[in-house]
Ligand binder design. Structure first.
Ligand SMILES: Cc1ncc(COP(=O)(O)O)c(C=O)c1O
Length: 459
C-alpha cells in the first residue's frame, strides 16, 4: 500500500517552525537590480558557477560546507591546537566522533572525497563491483578511477518522482540479491548513501539498511555507509517510527552499528565548513587506511584539517543531533516544499532532507531537453531574484540524465523564513511569464564535467 506523507511540523500552530536561533553576527547580502543581474549572467556565459558569490542574493547551490557556525563552535575554535602530532583538538575530535558513531577506530580526512579515494585504493581492484542505493558523483568517480564497476540499485519507489512515498532512498533488495549472485566473484562491498543525495536526498529506512547489512554479512561482503547526512536520515526514521526508538542519537548509533566501515564529509551533518572522517571497528583495516592518510592527507591526527577545523566539527557533531535544530531544519524544508507546491510548481515528492527539487521539464514543457529546461529555470531564478541553484539534468549529466531537475539546496542554519518566502515570490513571477524563457545551446564545453565551465547562449 502506498504510504503518503503528512509530516507533523513542530509543536506550534504555525506552519513555519520558529528559528531556534537569533542573529548575532551579520553577513550582508547584496541585492543587485535586474539590469545588473542580466549583465552578470551575460558575463558568466549563463553559467551560474561563474558568477561571483557577491552578486548572489540567496545561494542555494549546495548545502555542503555552507552551514552557519554556532557561537559555541566559534569559541571552541579559539582553542584550536595547531600542533602537528597528537594535538588536543584531535583528541577532542576523536572523542566526539567516537561518541557520535560508536566506532573504535577514527581516521581523519580533509573532506568526503579524500575518504572515498583512500577506501577505493584499499578495497578495490580493476573490474571489482560495488553496489549502492546511489553512489554520489565523487564516490562513483573515485571508485571508477580504480577501474571498479559501480551499480546503482535504488528502489522502484524512485521511478515516480511526483508520488510521495516514504523512504525513497532505499536500496532495491531483490536486485541486490540478484546482482550478488551474478557478480559473486567481483563484488567487494555494498554501500548505503544516507540520505541518498543522487536520488533527491531521500532517506532510507532502518529496516532497509539492516536488510542490506545482513545480506552483505551473509555473503561475506563489507557493508559501508556514506554518512554525510546520516542525522537527517535518522530524523526521518524517528518521525516514521513514532519516536519509539528513543532519541535521534540512538538511531544514528544504530545505523553506524550496521556498518563495517563508514565515512563522512563533515561539511554536511558535521555542521562544519570542511573536514571528514572514516570510522570502523576493524583494527587491521584501520591500519591500512591510516597508511594512506599519511601519504595523501597529512599525519593521522589531523588528516589535512587544522586544529580549528577539528574543533568546529567536534562541536558540530554534538549540535546536529539536537531536536530543536532538527525540527527546524527539516520543518524549514517541508515548509518551503509545501509553499512551492501550493503555487503549482512541479516538485519531486516528498521533500528530501537537504533540498527541494523542481521538475523543470514539467515547469517549462515548451523547452525541449536538448535546450536544457533546467538551466532555463536556473538562469530565470537568478535573473528575476538573484537566486543561485543548480541544474541536475541534461546539461550536467548529458545523455544519462533521467530527469530535468533543478535542486534548491538549503544551507544549514543560514536562511530564515523571509528568504524562502522571497524565493516563492520569484517563482510566482517566473510562472506568470513562462513563455519568455526559451532555453539554451552550448557554445563551448570541456571534455568532462562540462556543467562547471561550459558557455551557453540563450535561444
Ligand atoms: C552523499 C555525498 N557523498 C560524498 C560527498 C563528497 O564530500 P566532499 O564534498 O566533502 O568531498 C558528498 C558531497 O556533496 C555527498 O553529498
Amino acid at each position: 500500500m502506498t504510504k503518503t506523507i503528512n509530516w507533523p511540523i513542530i509543536k506550534t500552530n504555525m506552519s513555519y517552525p520558529i528559528e531556534p536561533y537569533k542573529v548575532k553576527v551579520l553577513n550582508s547580502i547584496n541585492i543587485l537590480n535586474r539590469t545588473e543581474r542580466i549583465k552578470a549572467l551575460q558575463k558568466a556565459d549563463y553559467n551560474l558557477f561563474k558568477i561571483s558569490s557577491e552578486k548572489v542574493t540567496i545561494d542555494l547551490l549546495t548545502d555542503s560546507g555552507t552551514s552557519a557556525l554556532s557561537q559555541e563552535q566559534w569559541s571552541q575554535m579559539m582553542l584550536g591546537d595547531e600542533s602537528y602530532a597528537s594535538a588536543k583538538s584531535w583528541e577532542r575530535l576523536e572523542a566526539s566522533v567516537k561518541n557520535f558513531t560508536g566506532k573504535k577506530e577514527i581516521i581523519p580526512v580533509h573532506q568526503g572525497r579524500a575518504a572515498e579515494k583512500i577506501i577505493a585504493e584499499i578495497l578495490l581492484q580493476k573490474n571489482d563491483v560495488a553496489l549502492s542505493n546511489g553512489f554520489f558523483d565523487t564516490t562513483r568517480a573515485n571508485l571508477e578511477h580504480r577501474g571498479a564497476i559501480c551499480l546503482d540499485i535504488p528502489t522502484e519507489k524512485i521511478l515516480n518522482p511526483s508520488q510521495s512515498r516514504l523512504f525513497k532512498g532505499d536500496i532495491n533488495i531483490k536486485k541486490l540479491q540478484r546482482l550478488i549472485s551474478k557478480y559473486r566473484k567481483q563484488i567487494k562491498f555494498i554501500l548505503m548513501t544516507l540520505t541518498n543525495n543522487t536520488y533527491g536526498g531521500q532517506p532510507a529506512s532502518l529496516k532497509n539498511v539492516s536488510l542490506a547489512g545482513n545480506i552483505a554479512k551473509k555473503n561475506g561482503l563489507l557493508f559501508v555507509i556514506d554518512a554525510c547526512r546520516i542525522v537527517e536520515n535518522a530524523y526521518f526514521i524517528w518521525r516514521d517510527e513514532q519516536k519509539k526508538r528513543g532519541n535521534i542519537k540512538n538511531i544514528v548509533r544504530k545505523l553506524f552499528s550496521l556498518a563495517d566501515l563508514a565515512f563522512m564529509s563533515t561539511k554536511k551533518d558535521g555542521l562544519a565548513n570542511s573536514g571528514g572522517f572514516i570510522a570502523t571497528n576493524d583494527h587491521a583495516l584501520a591500519t591500512q587506511l591510516r597508511e594512506l592518510v599519511v601519504l595523501y592527507e597529512g599525519f593521522i591526527t589531523y588528516g589535512g584539517m587544522t586544529g580549528r577545523e577539528m574543533e568546529s566539527i567536534a562541536r558540530g557533531l554534538e549540535e546536529v543531533v539536537d531536536l530543536a535544530y532538527l525540527n527546524h531544519r527539516l520543518g524549514q524544508i517541508i515548509y518551503f516544499h509545501n509553499e512551492l507546491a501550493k503555487i503549482g510548481i512541479p516538485l519531486i515528492n516528498p521533500p528530501g532532507g537537504h533540498a527541494v527539487y523542481v521538475d523543470a521539464a514539467k515547469f517549462f514543457p515548451h523547452i525541449p531537453k536538448n535546450n536544457f529546461p533546467g538551466q532555463a529555470l536556473v538562469t530565470a531564478l537568478y535573473q528575476e531574484g538573484g537566486i543561485r541553484s543548480v541544474e541536475i539534468g541534461s546539461l550536467m549529466l548529458a545523455g544519462s540524465a533521467k530527469n530535468e531537475l533543478v535542486r534548491l539546496a538549503i544551507p544549514r542554519r543560514t536562511y530564515v523564513q523571509s528568504h524562502l518566502d522571497y524565493i516563492v515570490e520569484i517563482f510566482k513571477k517566473i510562472t506568470a511569464n513562462k513563455k519568455q524563457y526559451k532555453g539554451f545551446k552550448i557554445i563551448w564545453q570541456a571534455s568532462s564535467l562540462r556543467h562547471f565551465t561550459c558557455k551557453l547562449k540563450p535561444l
